[in-house]
Design a binder for this molecule. Structure first.
Ligand code: ATP
Ligand code: MG
Ligand code: MG
Ligand code: MG
Length: 475
């Protein structure tokens, strides 16, 4: 079967609608009333209010396709076939309604029935938590999955501390031996390989991780059990469009083609290193476009810093494709076209979004060439010396030339060098202290210019690898 991304999304939602689920629209990427989360990072993240009982849904069966951002995957983008910063997670949810005995056969029906996805059963593999005899029994005896397609995986337990927790079952699509990893021991469903593609995670939240219990997974059963699943749209689409990676699909190719046109120099699929740059640009512009569309803005803190980092990273990859002019703004309308059927608001707001992108590009371009020459110099010096880039230099690159710390760090890592993080943090802290005392001096002098102080908001440094931050870190 060959299906477009819009068809895949709509088949998923219609399937679960036919099983009594209510379709909920994709919510904003910016979490509502949830200071623990920087971005919506999964389908269930917008439905927490139902799962924790604070809101009772009118239908206990829900399905959605939810835009999600995962900053922990930034550095995977372009290097694996399957990771994005922004992706869509499609899911079906039971709030104390049906459980495993329905969720598992329905997943199988959607994937394999010729009326729906019609995937080849022989290509599907499943992992279960070793102690989850119920799930094993349903897969083997109710669904009829062959025994050699079922793997036990001790990591398949979803537990984020206090609250609902439980085993999960993941579904993999075998893309064929040509995608085997060089390390043969990794070539099994759940291993580090590009062959068995994880397409769907079914989480069975059946236990209550009570306060004070250790992580021994020996928790009491919940009075009402829930289902929470997540399927990556881009990955499933790559299967239907026989794509080598998620990028050779209708979700990304128009962006790649537009970038080829802007570059005028390089073509996609001719050189592996250049391909990474094409992929990073296509990925990051989607994330930035959606994030700005949802009201976030580039800045030095929290969500804004992530937008800034993604944009600047994309600009640097543009340089690698010979693009030195402002160009990311021209990709915004392409994102709007690709996503028009489910997210018409992007095309509607493309002028505004492109103007924010452009302003940020112009700002970075001003200092980029000087920053890059400084970086080249210090890389050469560090190579000749001890292999370490000074924290002071990393701070200067950040403060004067607009290089987010992580960009400098990535460049250094590519060259086999390390950056003195501690030295960078010391400089950052000193700058914040200076800003703070400047503000309090002003206050003590009786200066009450609110506009001025609000323009000079403190720049708080927020780590990247963190999916969650303290509420005080949020802008
Ligand atoms: P992986 O092991 O491939 O990193 P995961 O186990 O971290 O995936 P889950 O948290 O189980 O992913 O999320 C549910 C589904 O969402 C995955 O099965 C996958 O289809 C999709 N998904 C997760 N992370 C990404 C991502 N960064 N980009 C695209 N799709 C993703
Ligand atoms: Mg992951
Ligand atoms: Mg996984
Ligand atoms: Mg998973």
């Amino acid at each position: 079967k060959e299906l477009s991304s819009a068809e895949v999304r709509s088949l998923f939602l219609r399937f679960f609608e036919s099983k009594g689920h209510k379709i909920e629209p994709s919510q904003s990427l910016i979490p509502k009333d949830d200071p623990t989360l920087l971005w919506i990072n999964s389908g269930v993240a917008t439905l927490k209010k139902y799962f924790d009982g604070s809101v009772v849904p009118d239908n206990h069966r829900i399905t959605n396709a939810q835009k999600s951002i995962r900053t922990n995957d930034i550095e995977n983008v372009g290097h694996t076939a399957r990771h994005h910063t922004l992706f869509e997670m499609m899911g079906n949810f039971s709030i104390g309604d049906y459980f495993k005995e329905d969720a598992i056969p329905w997943a199988w029906e959607l994937l394999t029935s010729s009326e729906w996805f019609g995937m080849d059963k022989d290509k599907l593999y499943v992992t279960v938590y070793p102690n989850d005899d119920e799930a094993k029994d349903i897969w083997l005896n109710k669904v009829g999955l062959p025994k050699d397609h079922l793997y036990e995986e001790p990591d398949n337990f979803w537990d984020i501390g206090e609250g609902p927790s439980g085993p999960d079952s993941e579904i993999f699509y075998d893309r064929g031996a040509e995608f085997n990893d060089a390390d043969e021991s990794e070539n099994y469903p759940g291993g580090e390989n590009e062959r068995y593609l994880e397409i769907w995670n079914l989480v069975f939240s059946q236990y209550n991780h009570l306060p004070g219990l250790t992580d021994n997974k020996d928790y009491p059963e919940l009075p009402t059990k829930n289902i929470d699943t997540g399927m990556g749209l881009e990955r499933v689409v790559s299967v239907f469009q026989h794509a080598k990676t998620n990028f050779e699909t209708d979700l990304f190719l128009p962006l790649i083609h537009k970038t080829e046109e802007i570059s005028g120099q390089y073509k996609y699929d001719e050189d592996d290193t250049k391909d990474i740059s094409f992929k990073v640009i296509a990925d990051h512009i989607r994330a930035v476009t959606f994030a700005i569309g949802d009201g976030a803005l580039p800045s030095n803190e929290g969500r804004g810093y992530i937008i800034r980092r993604l944009l600047r990273r994309a600009v640097l990859h543009g340089r690698k494709l010979g693009i030195s002019q402002v160009f990311l703004k021209d990709l915004v309308p392409v994102v709007g076209d690709i996503m028009a059927s489910y997210y018409p608001e992007i095309a509607e707001n493309k002028v505004y979004i492109a103007s924010i992108v452009e302003a940020e590009e112009v700002r970075f371009n001003k200092t980029l060439s000087d920053g890059l020459s400084l970086l080249d110099e210090v890389i050469a010096a560090a190579k000749a010396d001890n292999g370490v880039i000074d924290g002071d230099v990393a701070f200067k690159l950040y403060d004067t030339y607009g290089f987010p710390y992580e960009l400098t760090d990535e460049y250094a890592t590519d060259e086999g060098l390390v950056v003195d993080r501690e030295g960078f943090d010391i400089q950052m802290k000193a700058q914040q202290d200076r800003a703070r005392s400047a503000r309090s001096n002003k206050a003590s002098m009786g200066v009450q210019n609110e506009l001025l102080t609000s323009l000079k908001t403190e720049s708080t440094y927020v780590g990247w690898s963190e999916l969650t931050v303290n509420s005080t870190d949020l802008a």
